[in-house]
Structure formats: structure tokens, C-alpha cells
Write a protein that binds this ligand. Structure first.
Ligand SMILES: C[S@@+](CC[C@H](N)C(=O)[O-])C[C@H]1O[C@@H](n2cnc3c(N)ncnc32)[C@H](O)[C@@H]1O
Length: 253
């Protein structure tokens, strides 16, 4: 397993929902539903890959699907488990590296949301994930995911600083984009205030800007048909200035 990814979410996990990073997974639900309606999706078994703190998995469960969540970070999964237990629900969550999936013909839909695939920094890892998802899906199963674009990383994540705060928690997230490697390094200064004393935790992680061409090539090479690629949250074609692209792919064969 990639320890740097595990470590980068160790502290982030506690701050994730309180600082609003779970909002994406809540906002994308109606969009996912609309995509599923358009496909007249009738499946039942859903894999939420890189499920994080489990907000989307929770929605799938409450909407009547049999959802399984996997994530590499035990800390993110602890939050997901706590959240579902608090709601009196039972959802299977497993600690797994998405590059090493072992499922066979098990799911009708796999989702991988909120930049999770941008965390993969080498093309072979993208292929490994797509290959594993292909095996995990039943014939005709769907794979839906989003990725931030090279335009987003180069224009919004270069020398940028974002600040979030909620009660006793705050975060200053600074990022720098390297054009040559198409990789952004994000460093978070997480601060929690306990009994009037500030504690700082510094953690960093990287995200790589994959192009649509690379992603479509990887889908084709692993047995998927890319049915759609949209400007995320819309049903229109992405442009060179789109920030995030949403892909809908289907398992062939
Ligand atoms: C930005 S969070 C998104 C979480 C969730 N999908 C959401 O919408 O809130 C990215 C997630 O990817 C997970 N992740 C990164 N690399 C991974 C890997 N190789 N295998 C499984 N999960 C991974 C991280 O632990 C983290 O929970």
C-alpha cells in the first residue's frame, strides 16, 4: 500500500466532514441519479471506490442499493463506519487499495468520486484500477467517476491558498502545480483548538492532472466503452476550460 496516501488522510479524516469536504458527495447525488435514470439503470450492487467518509455510500444504502465502500485510509473508513453506526445502519466498508481489487462479477455499478483517481500519479496505476473495476463489474455494468482537469490544476491549484474553518477546527490548504509533471502538491496546516491551545498538524498529498485522451485510452485498453464524458454537473461536452470531467463507462464483453 502507498503509505503517503494513508498518512495524508490520517489527520484530514477528522477534519473532512466538519470542514465541508463531504459536500461534494452530497451535491453529486442528484447528478448521479440523473445519469442512472438516463441509462435506465436497474442494478442493485454498487461499489463506492475510495469512499472516504462514506457520505455517498450512505446515500446509496438509503436509496435501497446494496453498497460496499472501500478506501485505502483506515482513518477515513473509521469516520464512515462511525457515521453509519450513528444512523443505526450497517454498510460493509473495507480497507483496500483500489489498485489491488480482487472482486469478480460482483457489482452492477462502480463509482469513484471527488478527485479520487487524481490521487494516482502513474498511468499504470490508472490501468490497474480500471482493470480491477472491469473484473469487479458484471457484464454491462457501469463505471462512473470524476477527475479534475489539467486546466483546473494549473489555473486554480497553482500557488493557491484555501482556508476553511468550523468551530475549533481550521485548515489552510496551500497548493503548487508543477507543469512538467502535471502534478499539484497540496499541503494542509490542520489546526485544532483544545482547551484554548492550538495544535497544528501538517500533512501533504499530490494530485495528478490526467487528460481526457489518457483516460479514454485507459478505458478502451481495459475493456470499457466510454459512453459519455461531461463537464461535471452538466450534460454538455467538456471544453479546454472545464474544471472537472465526469465519465460514464460501460463494461464490454
Ligand atoms: C478527496 S477524497 C474523496 C472521498 C470520497 N469519494 C468523497 O467523495 O468524499 C479521496 C479518497 O481517495 C482515497 N484514496 C486515495 N488513494 C487510494 C487508493 N490507492 N485506494 C483506495 N483509496 C484511495 C483517500 O483515502 C480518500 O479517502
Amino acid at each position: 500500500m502507498n503509505n503517503s496516501v494513508i498518512n495524508s488522510y490520517e489527520v484530514f479524516a477528522r477534519f473532512y466532514d466538519p470542514l465541508g469536504f463531504n459536500l461534494f458527495s452530497l451535491l453529486i447525488v442528484p447528478y448521479l441519479e440523473e445519469n442512472l435514470n438516463q441509462l435506465q439503470f436497474r442494478g442493485r450492487d454498487v461499489l463506492d471506490l475510495a469512499c472516504g467518509t462514506g457520505s455517498t455510500a450512505l446515500w446509496f444504502h438509503q436509496a435501497g442499493y446494496q453498497v460496499t465502500g472501500v478506501d485505502i485510509s483506515s482513518h477515513m473508513l473509521s469516520q464512515a463506519k462511525k457515521k453509519t453506526q450513528d444512523e443505526g445502519l450497517r454498510i460493509p466498508f473495507y480497507q483496500k487499495d483500489m489498485r489491488e481489487l480482487k472482486y469478480r462479477n460482483r457489482f452492477d455499478l462502480t463509482v469513484c468520486l471527488f478527485d479520487s483517481l487524481n490521487h494516482l500519479l502513474i498511468y499504470e496505476d490508472i490501468l490497474k484500477v480500471f482493470h480491477g473495476v472491469h473484473k469487479a463489474l458484471r457484464p454491462g455494468g457501469y463505471f462512473m467517476f470524476d477527475l479534475v482537469t489539467p486546466y483546473e490544476l494549473s489555473s486554480q491549484w497553482n500557488d493557491s491558498i484555501r482556508k476553511e474553518a468550523n468551530g475549533d477546527m481550521s485548515l489552510t490548504l496551500s497548493s503548487r502545480y508543477d507543469k512538467e509533471t502535471r502534478t499539484a502538491r497540496l499541503t494542509g496546516d490542520f489546526v485544532s483548538l483544545e482547551k484554548g491551545k492550538e495544535t497544528h498538524y501538517i500533512q501533504s498529498f499530490q494530485e495528478k492532472a490526467w487528460t481526457r485522451r489518457e483516460i479514454k485510452k485507459a478505458l478502451g485498453a481495459t475493456g470499457f466503452e466510454c459512453l459519455k464524458d461531461y463537464r461535471c454537473f452538466s450534460f454538455s461536452k467538456p471544453t479546454s476550460k472545464s474544471y472537472r470531467v465526469f465519465y460514464v463507462a460501460q463494461k464490454q464483453g
